[in-house]
Design a protein. Structure first.
Length: 384
């Protein structure tokens, strides 16, 4: 790999990464995450271990992201078979006796250390790492076929590529993560130049498939959708989690009930899928608004890098990361605010989970590599 050194001292090197703002916003989001996860640990009586894991994973992710920014993005993408092979292998291991179900989940999507024990002290979700590998491989694939993107043979191979990754996660039982793979695929295809007529045809197929899929949904998943409409009928079943989350945020008011003073510690996945409710309860509307502003700033800065990208690969890498973080944010907030059904999607940077925290930083490392490489090359962009 070619490192982008220009005899910079560490402080200048830090300042050269992107325009500093992306790094600052991501660090602020990670710190906010540790604050919220610790609050949940105290109020639920679970101990501070989850907050410590979150802090260590975020710090390690930050270090790797900064290291990634020191290399050109083409060099980071070149060993894509290694990144993909390692990620896929780890996911495949979840289908063996090494696979774990984390308490309260219905999918076997984790690996533990030490292995073969019911309560390992360290768990890892390989599908998180697979997201980053997929962004790299699909971006590389699109750049190689962009001049013939709308041909049937090209689209068939792209569909096979995407379907292999999505299908692997779907077989794990992780419908939420599989949905994020679909969203990343569509975003990258659109930016690569997919025909609008093909998009319309695809939308038509989805519209026809919706009633078919609806009738095939198992009762528990169907109930998650019905709970959005028939709220009172599902308050004690599929709608309980969302009702408790909204009640917690309502209690917070403008300024919150006070840090670590929330009383919804029994809410399942409060520090994970429903971490936004902690911000609303403890720190009120203003605390929740601050969280939203941080995430919005991160997404806008990634979009800015996509628009300034010097070539198609750089642009597609940024768009893939933007789609991953953006759709996760939208879906997670929609779940908490009872706009969308609960499907188990984390809030980037904020939700508890070392796997999620570390791999989100890996995706930011890709964006920072694009930003710094383009800045040093002074390429043509949409604004020049």
């Amino acid at each position: 790999m070619r490192s982008l050194h220009r005899k910079e001292n560490p402080l200048r090197a830090f300042a050269a990464v992107n325009d500093v703002w992306l790094m600052v916003c991501c660090l602020a989001a990670s710190i906010y995450s540790v604050v919220l996860v610790y609050s949940d640990a105290v109020t639920s009586g679970a101990g501070a271990r989850s907050a410590v894991v979150q802090a260590i994973a975020s710090l390690a992710g930050f270090g790797v992201a900064f290291l990634m920014s020191r290399f050109e993005y083409e060099d980071l993408c070149r060993p894509w078979p290694i990144w993909t092979g390692a990620s896929v292998l780890l996911v495949l291991l979840t289908f063996t006796p090494l696979g774990l179900n984390v308490a309260g989940t219905d999918d076997t999507a984790w690996l533990g250390f030490p292995p073969f024990v019911s309560d390992p002290w360290l768990t890892f979700q390989p599908s998180e790492l697979l997201k980053v590998a997929y962004i790299i491989t699909f971006a590389k694939h699109l750049t190689m076929v962009q001049d013939r993107l709308n041909r049937f043979s090209t689209l068939a191979l792209l569909a096979l590529h995407a379907g292999a990754f999505c299908g692997l996660i779907f077989l794990q039982g992780d419908d939420g993560t599989a949905l994020i793979f679909v969203c990343m695929t569509l975003a990258m295809l659109i930016v690569a130049g997919l025909s609008k007529w093909l998009l319309l045809a695809g939308a038509g197929v989805v519209a026809v498939a919706i009633p078919i899929v609806w009738n095939l949904l198992p009762p528990d998943k169907l109930g998650r959708f019905l709970a959005l409409v028939h709220v009172e009928d599902y308050l004690k079943t599929e709608g309980w989690q969302q009702a408790e989350g909204l009640a917690a945020m309502a209690e917070g008011g403008l300024l919150g009930v006070g840090y670590m003073n929330g009383n919804r510690g029994s809410l399942f996945a409060r520090n994970n899928d429903f971490v936004f409710s902690i911000a609303g309860e403890d720190l009120g509307f203003l605390g929740a608004l601050l969280l939203l502003l941080l995430l919005t700033a991160i997404l806008m800065l990634i979009l800015r890098n996509a628009l300034h990208a010097g070539d198609d690969l750089a642009r597609l890498l940024c768009v893939g990361v933007l789609a991953m973080l953006g759709f996760q944010t939208i879906i997670n907030l929609g779940m908490v605010l009872r706009v969308l059904p609960v499907i188990g999607i984390t809030l980037p940077f904020i939700s508890a989970g070392g796997s999620s925290a570390a791999t989100v930083w890996l995706s930011i490392g890709l964006v920072m590599s694009v930003a710094r490489t383009n800045r040093l090359r002074r390429p043509e962009s949409l604004f020049h």
